[in-house]
Design a protein around this ligand. Structure first.
Ligand code: ADP
Length: 323
């Protein structure tokens, strides 16, 4: 059985001027138990809507979705008990200590009183925050707060944890600690992790990636397979005249190739890119165009994302300090 499964899932909102916004247009998705799944897409693609529907916080317009074996429409309460959800905005009380924040949440979730102390200690320990448990939240760093929020969502032992950009705005060190924490959860509890991120290096370490664009899944697979599907290397040439270089390269390259001149230089995709470099350089120089630099690189996840959505996956700038 899958941890998450959707078929033909749609979600529409009333739009401006009496129109309709089709946020999800028939989403088919399967995520296995214990899987770490990166859900990528441009802004407005439907990621947050998907999470809201899967957590039974929003009703789908049509189609089916089940989480941990429960249908989101027929059994929303069971679904909510089975999921943890980390939003982008903090829901912690800054004046309470780390431990107090957890206890409030445990009571809200109806955890039996005798279990609260033990569960609180356990999740603080996994989050690496045991020695900070008496600190008020306002005294914790941005990364620690985020780990505390994840710990809070683990109190009721959900099988599936949804994380909407859990590392946005954190510095690289804090981001790495969040991922250590998530891996510890996965290893210790077998949790399924459904994560949105704008950092491709984070997606690279997930078991599988799904790419959503305009409310539909446009690609899915392991990072390795998605890159292999793109296949061709990217050859980039920096020349003295990008506009003319594009025409010359297009003539010299295999006939069906698209050649682009942009801020990166003049580039195209070809199999065995390094073998093409001397040929393309010779053609350019024969036309009096100087080549300043040339490179051939195998496909990256950036290329995969661009290939499927026509847009780059831009990471928001890290603030460095606490949020
Ligand atoms: P993402 O999380 O990928 O940025 P969203 O799921 O937030 O995308 O949004 C998908 C589309 O649905 C966007 O066009 C957005 O403007 C629209 N949308 C999201 N929530 C609402 C809402 N509550 N009312 C109207 N439109 C919405």
């Amino acid at each position: 059985m899958h941890a998450i499964s959707t078929r033909g899932l749609t979600k529409s909102y009333p739009g401006p001027d009496g129109g309709t916004v089709h946020a999800l247009r028939g989403l088919d998705l399967d995520v296995g138990r214990g899987e770490t799944y990166a859900f990528l897409g441009p802004n407005g693609a439907g990621k947050s809507t998907t999470i809201a529907v899967l957590c039974a916080l929003a009703r789908p317009t049509s189609g089916h979705a089940s989480v941990a074996g429960f249908d989101v429409t027929a059994h929303p309460h069971d679904v909510r008990r089975q999921v943890g959800i980390l939003f982008q905005h903090s829901a912690l009380d800054p004046d309470l200590t780390a431990e107090q924040n957890l206890r409030v949440h445990a009571r809200l979730y109806g955890l039996p009183r005798r279990e609260v102390r033990g569960r609180t200690a356990e999740v603080l320990d996994v989050a690496g925050l045991a020695d900070r448990r008496r600190f008020p939240v306002r005294a914790l760093s941005g990364g620690m707060r985020r780990r505390l929020e994840i710990a809070r969502q683990m109190l009721h032992s959900p099988g599936v944890l949804f994380l909407d950009e859990p590392t946005t705005g954190l510095d690289p060190h804090a981001r790495a600690e969040i991922w250590d924490h998530l891996r510890a959860l996965r290893d210790r509890h077998g949790s399924t992790l459904f994560v949105t991120t704008h950092y491709l290096e984070e997606a690279e370490n997930c078991d599988r990636i799904g790419i959503i664009d305009r409310g539909r899944l446009v690609a899915q697979g392991t990072p390795h397979r998605l890159k292999a599907e793109i296949g061709d290397d990217r050859v980039v040439l920096r020349t003295s005249d990008a506009a003319r270089a594009r025409k010359v390269v297009a003539q010299a390259a295999p006939p069906d190739r698209t050649v682009v001149s942009d801020a990166d230089g003049t580039w195209l995709r070809v199999p065995d890119g390094s073998a093409w470099i001397p040929r393309l350089c010779a053609a350019l120089e024969a036309h009096g165009i100087a080549v300043h630099a040339a490179s051939a690189t195998p496909p990256t996840l950036d290329d995969v994302f661009f290939h499927h959505t026509g847009r780059p996956l831009t990471a928001p700038a890290a603030s460095g300090a606490a949020r």
